[in-house]
Design a protein. Structure first.
Length: 68
């Protein structure tokens, strides 16, 4: 059974993790514009792949897996 992306639920994920994601991406990339691009790409990818999220995983790890 796949999860149906709910906009309100995903908005909550963005609200909860946006600052964290940016801080991690900035530390890795060292450039604010690149970090913002990485975070934006990560959230887009996460939304598109919400059905692949394993419930036993941390949201933060899953979200930032594309920024490596």
């Amino acid at each position: 059974m796949s999860l149906q992306p709910e906009v309100a639920d995903f908005d909550q994920i963005v609200e909860n993790y946006a600052d964290f994601a940016y801080n991690v991406a900035y530390r890795v990339m060292g450039n604010p514009d690149d970090a913002q691009d990485c975070v934006q790409d990560a959230f887009i990818s996460a939304y598109r792949n919400l059905d692949k999220f394993r419930q036993d995983s941390k949201v933060s790890t899953w979200l930032l897996s594309d920024c490596r």
